[in-house]
Design a protein around this ligand. Structure first.
Ligand code: NI
Length: 399
């Protein structure tokens, strides 16, 4: 425990807080969709330059990577990551910083992640003579859209030169009250794959099924049967979920259509099982269709891998968070079956992805991410900036 360090970081984040709130308001009011973060990227670059940071590089078009070197910069490098993209949602909040870009909204808190990382950069720049090693700030595009900005940044060498020894990222969590943060060691978030299925039969009059091949019944059979992959063929200790949210059979009460379109998602937390499950789904669906006289085209579009929080790094980060926020403000989380492209970093180097509480029931701030009324209690900004800075310094100083 280093109480002087904690005091000076808390003091710096307090002094800088108005600036970070302003930055968040600007980003929130000017959201940009995945891979189109041109103005956001310019704005973040200027903010980094205003801090005094000179080592800034562009990656993956709209992505940025910046370095702050402490004493003996080559000793160790810690990467801190934020995502910058917004979602195609029309904002319904009536706030002064409401989105000015109609139909686009920071509804997943990436404005918060970006402003907190700028806040952490401000603090760490002030303290650069107090730590050893290098801190790499990653502002990535396109978290919300395949192939994921993280994979593009990695392909362009974001984790290299200097090589990052570990990476830390944070994400807003409206289920957790503001003031608290949450950690989950080991397996945390799911891989996600999109399923595009076309069941082909032979349409005709609903009164004469013997003359047709009914793709609706085939599709129904496939939906039910595929659930056995997650309930009977998957190990009970590996979480898996298979959901079809879109099924279109565009016939009529008395018309059997020619084909049925289905779209779904498959998520799990084991790479070997993930690939086996893909094979089983395709085989089962195709054979069911054939056995009933139809055909099935089954495409699996691979998304993000599962997110693994390194046990050692996460245990240390959690302990450091307890030092910074108090034990009552650090909670344990469960596996979360949503996906996140931070998973790509976690497949390469030790990673820790934790959650920043943003909920405030008294203020009515309770909406989920990806909804038109999502917002945060902005007290989270000071916590998110300060904690990020503290975690980075402690990871550098204590290894
Ligand atoms: Ni997000």
């Amino acid at each position: 425990m280093n109480s002087n360090l904690i005091d000076s970081i808390k003091n710096l984040s307090k002094i800088n807080n108005k600036n970070i709130v302003d930055i968040r308001h600007h980003l929130h009011a000017n959201p940009e969709l995945s891979f189109q973060e041109f103005e956001t990227s310019k704005y973040v670059k200027i903010a980094l330059e205003n801090i005094g940071i000179s080592k800034i590089e562009h990656k993956a078009n709209t992505g940025l990577v910046a370095l702050i070197e402490g004493k003996n910069p080559s000793v160790k490098t810690i990467a801190l990551r934020a995502d910058m993209d917004a979602l195609p949602i029309k904002e319904l909040n009536n706030v002064a910083y409401k989105s000015k870009n109609e139909g686009v909204m920071h509804a997943c808190g990436h404005d918060v992640h970006t402003s907190c990382l700028l806040g952490a950069a401000q603090i760490l720049f002030s303290l650069r003579n107090e730590f050893e090693g290098t801190i790499k700030f990653i502002f990535q595009p396109g978290e919300e859209k395949l192939p994921g900005g993280a994979s593009m940044m990695i392909n362009e060498g974001v984790l290299k030169n200097p090589d990052a020894n570990a990476i830390i990222g944070q994400h807003v969590m409206p289920l957790i009250p503001v003031g608290k943060v949450g950690f989950k060691s080991g397996l945390y978030m799911a891989s996600t794959d999109e399923l595009y299925v076309k069941v082909i039969g032979k349409g005709g009059h609903g009164a004469m099924p013997q003359l047709n091949i009914d793709p609706v019944v085939i599709a129904a059979q496939i939906i039910i049967s595929l659930q056995q992959i997650v309930s009977r063929m998957s190990s009970p200790i590996i979480p898996s979920v298979l959901s079809f949210g879109k099924v279109i059979a565009n016939g009529a009460t008395n018309v059997i259509p020619n084909e049925v379109i289905m779209e779904g998602t498959f998520r799990t937390l084991d790479e070997k099982w993930r690939l086996e499950a893909h094979d089983k789904m395709v085989k089962m669906a195709t054979m069911i269709a054939e056995s009933m006289g139809g055909k099935c085209e089954f495409e699996v579009r691979k998304g993000y891998p599962f997110l693994h929080n390194d046990e050692t790094l996460t245990a240390k980060a959690k302990q450091h968070a307890i030092e910074f926020l108090g034990p009552e403000n650090v909670i344990d989380l469960d596996i979360w079956m949503a996906a996140e492209d931070f998973a790509y970093y976690s497949q390469i180097i030790p990673a820790c992805f934790y959650r920043l509480g943003t909920r405030n029931e008294e203020k009515g701030i309770v909406s989920s991410v990806h909804t038109p009324t999502f917002d945060i209690d902005e007290n989270a900004l000071e916590i998110g900036s300060g904690l990020m800075a503290y975690l980075a310094i402690r990871e550098l100083a204590y290894n």
